[in-house]
Design a binder for this molecule. Structure first.
Ligand code: SF4
Ligand code: SF4
Length: 422
């Protein structure tokens, strides 16, 4: 079956899909494929990107034919180990494109975070084969926008909502554990597969290995000069939500082996004195490459991301346990170590930013927040104060997924780099 036949089978709007995909090859060529001095092992990720709506969608479709279910999620709090244990698939969907936003605005307010409008638009426009192949969306009560948007999305695709607490007291841990246990029951019922000690142990190992590989990659960026472009790492972090976890882990480790050699030989992607930037803020879901591309175009290197398409996704592992009950408890415990601005207080995030700045030898912090994201916009007050106190150069950018503000953003990034270089 070729891609078009498959897309048709999935009920996609082929004309609109063509329109959406048309600019992607040229953009990917400019930002990735034609960029000089990239590690050879990037070729796997380039291949996945070049056929992003092809091979993997086919794999998912074939899995479905054999009885697996596809669960689509939009947040790093969703406990993917539980889904993977049943032989089914969790995919973190794209929500980083401008194209479907006007459609999302037909059912959602205009002054809402673009990530949520993009998500909704992808489903309504029927241009995302992952959305079309999915059986369920797994939402969460993180910010108000997402929480209420799930009610609308549920009218187009079955949507299960995890009740995420907004504090980290003992009672919140208890509530979240209960939510995770209920979710495990739901997944068992939906997939018809019992979660056992064996399959859960295996899925914890598989997902932990994926996180370890991503952490290994992140740690290699501590080196001066950095052996890899930030934009390449962002692409890998984005693909981590789509690809088969075991194959993906193997490929990331292969890349890391090559980067080890680069580090030994002091081969970098930019001169050792190029400004090093830590990025913090809201996530950059596929294909939101704008900020990384601008920073690196201006001559700096992004050396880390304190975001959900970065460190927050992979830093913490699920502790192994002897029995199923404890494994599920540990699965619940892990995500509550993530410091998202939807929590209050969230001082752990500021500590993370400071620690990452030191560990990665970053020269400055750029906070990039999506328009209308209140939790991160408000929290940026505390982030900027801490940066000022520690005399860490800091810049806050507010943006969306359009290209319209590129010139203005680049000017501001260049001004920051001037300060660092002076
Ligand atoms: S920023 Fe918060 S709500 Fe958004 S994906 Fe990350 S953890 Fe989830
Ligand atoms: S970026 Fe902010 S507003 Fe948008 S979905 Fe995430 S937490 Fe909600």
């Amino acid at each position: 079956m070729d891609n078009r036949e498959l897309w048709e089978l999935l009920g996609m709007d082929l004309e609109k899909h063509d329109e959406f995909l048309a600019p992607i090859p040229a953009l990917a060529t400019e930002l990735f494929f034609n960029r000089p001095n990239r590690p050879a092992a990037m070729s796997y990720f380039d291949m996945v990107l070049a056929d992003v709506h092809g091979i993997r969608v086919k794999e998912l479709y074939e899995k479905k034919q054999k009885g697996a279910k596809i669960f689509a999620s939009f947040c790093v709090y969703v406990p993917e180990e539980i889904i993977v244990a049943t032989g089914s698939v969790n995919i973190g969907l794209c929500a980083g494109a401008q194209f479907p936003i006007s459609t999302g605005e037909r059912v959602l307010p205009r002054n809402l975070c673009p990530l949520i409008k993009s998500t909704m638009g992808f489903k309504l426009d029927r241009i995302c084969p992952y959305f079309q192949v999915a059986d369920w969306v797994i939402g969460e009560t993180t910010c108000d926008g997402k929480k209420k948007a799930w009610e609308v999305l549920n009218q187009y695709i079955p949507t299960y909502v995890l009740e995420l607490p907004h504090k980290k007291e003992a009672r919140d841990y208890r509530l979240w554990e209960e939510v995770v246990l209920e979710f495990a029951d739901f997944v068992e019922k939906e997939t018809g597969v019992e979660i056992t000690e064996e399959n859960l142990q295996k899925s914890i190992e598989v997902i932990n290995n994926k996180r370890k590989a991503l952490k290994r990659l992140a740690d290699l960026r501590k080196n001066k000069p950095s052996p890899i472009h930030g934009l390449d790492v962002l692409l890998i972090n984005q693909l981590a939500f789509f690809d088969d976890p075991e194959r993906f882990t193997g490929q990331v480790n292969q890349l890391c082996d090559e980067l080890d050699e680069r580090v030994n030989k002091k081969i970098g992607v930019a001169p050792a004195d190029a400004p090093r930037i830590l990025l913090t803020g809201t996530p950059q879901p596929l294909p939101a490459w704008k900020i990384h591309a601008l920073i690196e175009k201006a001559g700096a290197v992004v050396v880390g991301e304190e975001t959900c398409t970065g460190e927050r996704y992979f830093r913490n592992l699920t502790e192994p346990a002897e029995n199923k009950e404890d494994m599920l408890k540990n699965i619940a415990k892990r995500p509550l170590q993530i410091n998202c601005a939807c929590f209050t207080p969230n001082s752990g995030r500021i500590e993370d930013i400071v620690k990452m700045t030191e560990n990665l030898q970053a020269d400055a912090v750029i906070e990039t927040n999506l328009q209308f994201c209140n939790p991160y916009a408000i929290e940026s007050f505390s982030v900027s104060k801490e940066m000022e106190k520690r005399e860490i150069p800091y810049l806050r950018l507010e943006t969306d997924f359009s290209d319209e503000d590129q010139g203005q953003l680049l000017t501001r990034v260049e001004a920051l780099l001037e300060i660092i270089r002076s």
